[in-house]
Design a protein around this ligand. Sequence first.
Ligand code: AMP
Ligand code: MN
Length: 324
Amino acid sequence: MTTETPQTDGSRIRDALLTGSRFLLTSHARPDGDSLGSQLCLAAALRQLGKQVRIVNADPVPESYAFLPDAPTIEVAEVVKDTFDAVVVLECSSLDRTGVRGLESQTLLNIDHHAGNAMYGSINWHDVSACACAELVSDLVDALGAELTPAMATHLYVAILTDTGSFRHANITDRTFEICRRIAATGANPAMIAAEVYNNGSIGRLRVTGMLLGQMRLEHDNQIAVLTLTDGMLAEAGCASDDLEGIVNLPLAARDVQAVVFLKESEGALRVSLRSKDAVDIRQVAVSYGGGGHRNASGFTVDHPTTATRQDVIDRVAGVISRL
Ligand code: AMP
Ligand code: MN
């Protein structure tokens, strides 16, 4: 933790990156489109400037993002032993979200857009108005004086496309489209990228989607959709556990559904993803369980759930809807 005032732009982080020469980039465990796109784009910008860059995450790149340029350069490790001029932590509201050990004593550059960031960095650039961390990375690429290549534009587009729920979330602004205009101007191909991300899934994922929706429960006057996934269902469907991104959003397509509770039971623990429409702030439910995220997309893990835990989560979401 630090008492450093959060930065309103990336200038101090730019200065730290221009001064140093050896960097580590990391992001949250179970990486998503924004964490991967932001890391790969910033890494490419730094390499253009002749810097040495390693990217280390706690978990591997999911299959649906394997097409990202430079994805094979990402290392997977639970601990980092080396020291660096700085470690750039992207997309993490707290340092433990990385799932990577050995970072605590390093110079940390914290770049994030989640509400409730713990300001754990030596320099903290925290902007909740950004629709994706990639919006901040886009500014940083310019500030560093790097050139936006088609590969880097592809990284940014994947991040923005996925973190805005395919351009559906409330945090989209004119700046989002200005960045997307620049992305398209480099020659990156939005239709090809969307097809890679969304039309390239496994049959196992399709089967598990059917099972989840088939067993979906509706509560609180159809306003809460509850999806429950077990390891047994994944095995039966032949679906990888990291091949589930986006499924949680499907019940929101129904007019009546205001929130989705996605319960993932694995090896005794319960991982919960919450999604909601507009004014329904489900982040407060995630925070009440020690998690976090955004108003309409958040999550948490309960290590030792009791039989009452699942219903308690649903009751807390119902409470948020009732108080509107
Ligand atoms: P997910 O449902 O896992 O896709 O997560 C949705 C959002 O909540 C993402 O922005 C995550 O970074 C955030 N999130 C998920 N789990 C946690 C957690 N345990 N602590 C803080 N933020 C979380
Ligand atoms: Mn994000």
